[in-house]
Design a protein. Structure first.
Length: 450
């Protein structure tokens, strides 16, 4: 017996063939006699540019002034930074910023009459950059070294390696590069030029005849910086708005921690270093009612403390193989790193930097998988997901040759999780060095364990 197809329920009104989804929904609303909420909301929209030109002509000038101001540029860059970076515990950057801002006499109300915010700050750091340069025995000049040196930032299983210049530009896009440039220029200035630098215009109320001004310059928002040094301290004087000074304090504290390799208590082991605001005091200047001045003078002393990695990351945890890429790495703790879809997996690093540190000249393919191999080092992919490739580093401590057929390498290949990785895709992906036997992609999840 032949079976005839049953009549399908007619769920689509006649006459809707060829309509887009939006047109069909509007048609259904009309049949039901219900107003279309999308159409009503669209009618309420206005063109902002047209509105400013026709309804409030004078407001367009305010709008243009606003978006052209340094404060607006800082706000936009800060919001972008919050989306792409995440804080690491303990959040030392936030603590330092808040501590400085507590001493800034910010107005509590918006007034019609502009108030000239004048803040002066002296940041004294317990770090000797010249000692760091001597101990590391770099061949390049101080300015180039301080910009190109590799700095590791983060804590526990989430760390990030990049150059000092790249980090400063990424985390503090409005001021970071310029602050680093001024510090680098100060380090590169010959000591015999210090007497000439004394003739620079003094702007800070803090003065010490034993300190020599090595360099002075301005940021894009007209904040003035003056870099001074003693035998064991770095002094930076700044004059500008309170928020910019708080940001400069964050940067100098991070930079100081990155230069602490010469003072590490564990010369042959990885160690965490984090800045501590040991003292921060302030005093108000004489108010000048006629000019609307609001002067504040801040004095900050920033020290640095060390903590062994074993005290934070237990020996049983796995993402530690990347230690062998470095001699005695100092990890700056308490500052932001790029967000990851796969947390707690080790060190994020660029593909080029990873290959250079592994002393590998090229990426090779073995058993249909990419390898980065040097004489006594080998980086093997162990997983991928969320745009990130996970690598494990094999390292022969005695400098002996390591083979593709090494049993440990085979074991790592067997534990590989994720899709097949093509050589052409490696340059487009992010890379994390650390052993991981169980990858879980948290992209888009609300319970990501930051």
């Amino acid at each position: 017996m032949d079976l005839e197809p049953a009549d399908e329920c007619e769920t689509t009104p006649k006459g809707t063939d060829g309509m887009s989804l939006g047109e069909k929904i509007a048609f259904w609303y009309s049949l039901a006699g219900v107003p279309d909420p999308d159409r009503e909301s669209q009618e309420e929209y206005i063109d902002l540019a047209e509105f400013l030109e026709t309804e409030i002509p004078q407001f367009s000038r305010f709008y243009e002034t606003l978006i052209a101001s340094p404060a607006y540029a800082w706000l936009v860059s800060t919001l972008r930074n919050q989306l792409s970076f995440t804080a690491t515990a303990p959040d030392q950057a936030l603590r330092i910023r808040r501590s400085v801002l507590e001493h800034v006499n910010l107005p509590k109300y918006i007034r019609r009459k502009p108030i000239r915010e004048s803040c002066n700050a002296r940041f004294m750091l317990d770090v000797d950059p010249l000692r760091f340069l001597r101990d590391q025995e770099y061949k390049e000049g101080p300015k180039e070294v301080i910009t190109q040196m590799i700095v590791i930032t983060g804590s526990e299983g989430n760390v990030y390696a990049t150059t000092c210049g790249e980090y400063m530009k990424a985390v503090w896009p409005q001021t970071g590069s310029r602050v680093l440039e001024l510090v680098g220029q100060a380090l590169e200035s010959p000591i015999n030029m210090a007497e000439e630098c004394k003739s620079l215009v003094a702007f800070s109320t803090f003065s010490d005849p034993n300190l020599l001004t090595l360099w002075q310059g301005q940021l894009s928002d007209q904040t003035i910086l003056s870099v001074r040094m003693t035998e064991s301290k770095l002094m930076v004087h700044a004059a500008g708005s309170g928020h910019v000074l708080a940001e400069i304090a964050e940067q100098l504290a991070w930079l100081g921690a990155a230069l602490m390799a010469y003072r590490t208590p564990y010369p042959r082991r990885p160690v965490y270093c984090y800045p501590v605001l040991q003292e921060c005091t302030s005093r108000l200047g004489e108010s000048q009612r006629e000019s609307g001045a609001n002067d504040v003078f801040i004095d900050c002393h920033i020290g640095f403390e060390f903590e062994g990695v074993d005290a934070i990351l237990p020996k049983t945890d796995e993402p530690r193989c990347w230690y062998n890429l470095f001699g005695n790495p100092v990890i700056v703790m308490g500052y932001p790193i790029p967000r990851r879809s796969i947390p707690d997996t080790g060190l994020e690093i660029s593909l080029e930097m990873m290959a250079t540190l592994a002393r590998a000249r090229r990426i090779t393919t073995w058993d249909n998988r990419p390898f980065i191999k040097g004489h006594s080092t080998m980086l093997v992919p162990t997983g991928n997901g969320g745009g990130i490739v996970l690598w494990h580093l094999f390292f022969q401590e005695g400098g002996d040759y390591i083979s593709y057929e090494d049993p440990q390498v085979r074991q790592a290949q067997a534990s590989f999780t994720g899709s097949h990785i093509r050589l052409a895709d490696l340059a487009k992906m992010r890379h994390v060095v650390g052993w991981c036997t169980n990858v879980k992609n948290w992209t888009g999840g609300c319970s990501i364990p930051w």
